[in-house]
Design a protein around this ligand. Structure first.
Ligand SMILES: Cc1ncc(COP(=O)(O)O)c(C=O)c1O
Length: 295
């Protein structure tokens, strides 16, 4: 590396450290003023002073999610180990498509999946890191569709009765989005009522499953939520798993933000019954304060 590049890197890291120490959370400037002050037009990548100014302006006008006073989305905090991991993955720039390409990160993925599976209570659980909770829910729904309607792998949805799935009305919008992406359609997402705490009403779940069977549809998937986005409620996984067993449905747990309760001796009971599910999504970039995206 050239000397000037080394100095630039050191300068940028110093800027990052002082950004972390600055208590300001939200930029107070309007978009118009930011545009006036920060020239974001593409410049020369060899103009190191322009890069220094751009880094300053970028940090000055960014919302600081690492502050303990940041309460907007479901994530926050700064993790020194997460930051080191981000730097390593960027510097090594490996891809996860083969072991040969990324031996260490492949082994790390296996280790983490084993650890997280054992916390859920799965025996010989498998898994994969994906770009976000929405993507985890999509992948779970795809796995459920392959398992419960395997003919879809060859024939698409053309030779299958209308597939239906069930989520609470407080579930994350990615469930509906996934149904659209998989060709199941938003009209086939049955929204189950919730109780006064925002938990899925299991009696309403069974009512909707029976109604769907009565219409000659094919129920295949129930998406329970462990930590709902707005109210933070946890569905009763034991009760829901009994219904899934009775009607032979795939049970997915969207633990995107509440999954981290599995790490707490005091709160892990909120996910009691998770080990009976077929799949679970869990975002370390939410309640575990790891950098985006880590699911
Ligand atoms: C319950 C739940 N599921 C899924 C998601 C989607 O996660 P991501 O933004 O990582 O795709 C969220 C995000 O807020 C969520 O709260």
């Amino acid at each position: 590396m050239r000397k000037e590049e080394e100095i630039l890197l050191e300068d940028v890291h110093a800027k990052i450290l002082s950004y972390l120490d600055n208590p300001q959370i939200k930029p107070i400037e309007t978009v118009e003023n930011i545009k006036k002050d920060f020239n974001i037009k593409l410049g020369s990548s060899s103009d190191f002073n322009h890069i220094r100014t751009s880094v300053d302006k970028y940090l000055q006008y960014s919302t600081k999610t690492s502050s303990s006073n940041f309460f907007n989305q479901l994530y926050g905090g700064f993790s020194i180990t997460g930051h080191i991991g981000e730097m390593l993955s960027s510097i090594t720039n490996n891809s996860m498509y083969t072991y040969e390409m990324s031996p260490v990160s492949t082994l790390m993925e296996i280790e983490l999946v084993e650890k997280m599976s054992s916390l859920v209570g799965y025996e010989n659980g498998g898994g994969i890191f994906v770009p976000g909770g929405s993507n985890g829910n999509l992948l779970a729904m795809l796995a459920a569709r392959q398992k419960k309607a395997p003919e879809t792998m060859k024939k698409g949805l053309f030779k299958t009765p209308e597939l239906t799935l069930f989520v609470s009305k407080d579930s994350h919008y990615s469930m509906v989005k996934s149904a659209i992406q998989l060709g199941i359609g938003m009209d086939n997402v049955m929204k189950v009522d919730t109780d006064s705490e925002g938990k899925m009403l299991v009696s309403d779940l069974e009512r909707l499953i029976k109604k769907s069977i009565g219409k000659k549809q094919k129920p295949f998937f129930v998406g329970a939520t462990s930590g709902s986005t707005v109210r933070g409620s946890f569905d009763s996984l034991n009760d829901i798993s009994k219904i899934c067993e009775k009607y032979n449905l795939w049970l997915h747990v969207d633990g995107s933000w509440g999954g981290s309760a599995l790490l707490s001796k005091t709160h892990r009971n909120l996910l009691e019954g998770a080990e009976k599910s077929d799949s679970l999504s869990w975002c370390a970039h939410k309640a575990m304060a790891q950098p985006l995206i880590c699911t």
